[in-house]
Design a protein around this ligand. Structure first.
Ligand SMILES: [Zn+2]
Length: 295
């Protein structure tokens, strides 16, 4: 089981994600009551809820209800579009969404509950306590942040596995790709296949070169949560974008394997996409990158 934290880059902003062993979390997070959460957040914050979600924020009740509706719409669209493909079942627990107004408040809360510094993150999710925590006043939009974290939550809570073993690139790549989705006729649709951040990674071959698939598998936690983490996010999203366009069924099949501890590895990614070796997949990816960069 894991906790994912993230920052991502929307426009010129900075978002990203973290993987922290749950052992760290277990010690620090209990099941807080509503009044405990509100007391900890401070006098500016209130609880708003619908049947599925509790939102703790400084939004007016009317704004909060609109936002809650939006979250529910995203969840419906996500499961209608991807639940079956990735074999994810809809979690039935009540989700808690904790929105701070400032980075300082967010960081202090994260430090107390996660025992880790999330200086380069705008949000995180903790599947165990069913919490999504973030601050709204960042360069990334509120909606992108919550969509991103909901994707993590759906993957973690939607598999029937005690400790799903998502590789960071897969987890962050999918979340970063789908956070840009729009909801149309109850489906989640990504119109712009490659975001600006992902696109920029196609040109950036400085070390570590995140267009190397093996490099993505070898990412260290500092690559994911450190000050330079946006490149890792871009590289992860770029590979997911390529797979969504050219090996959609392969990506789905691989995603199912990914959840299993010690199952999904680079070789399985290649075979799911119909290749005998990872080098062959990398070659096709390189050709895609070359076309993308007009070279
Ligand atoms: Zn993330």
């Amino acid at each position: 089981m894991r906790v994912k934290t993230f920052n991502m880059l929307a426009g010129a902003g900075l978002l990203l994600a973290i993987v922290i062993p749950l052992a760290v979390i277990r010690t620090f997070i209990g099941d807080l009551s509503n009044s405990q959460i509100l007391a900890e957040m401070g006098p500016d914050y209130e609880l708003s809820e619908n049947t599925r979600i509790r939102l703790y924020s400084s939004l007016s009740q009317a704004e909060a209800q609109t936002f809650l509706k939006r979250i529910s719409e995203f969840q419906d669209a996500f499961f209608a579009s991807y639940g079956e493909d990735f074999q994810l079942s809809r979690p039935d627990g009540l989700q808690r969404v904790i929105e701070f107004d400032s980075k300082e408040e967010f960081s202090a809360y994260a430090r107390r509950h996660m025992n880790v510094s999330l200086e380069h993150s705008v949000g995180y999710h903790n599947e165990r306590s069913s919490q999504i925590v973030y601050y709204a006043n960042s360069s990334a939009g509120r909606e992108e942040i919550i969509f991103h974290e909901l994707v993590h939550y759906n993957f973690d809570a939607g598999v029937d596995i005690e400790e799903p073993a998502w590789n960071a690139w897969f987890s962050e790549g999918i979340a970063s790709y789908l956070e840009r989705g729009t909801i149309e006729d109850g489906r989640l649709v990504v119109h712009e296949e490659t975001s600006e951040l992902a696109f920029s990674q196609a040109f950036d071959r400085s070390a570590p070169d995140w267009t190397r698939i093996l490099m993505l598998y070898d990412a260290r936690s500092d690559d994911v949560i450190g000050a330079d983490n946006t490149r890792f996010y871009g590289g992860s999203e770029l590979l997911v974008s390529f797979l969504m366009q050219h090996h959609r069924e392969g990506l789905f099949a691989y995603g199912v394997l990914e959840a299993e501890p010690r199952q999904a590895r680079p070789f399985q990614l290649a075979t799911c996409c119909g290749f005998e070796t990872l080098e062959q997949l990398q070659e096709e990816y390189d050709a895609f990158l070359q076309e993308l960069t007009g070279g």
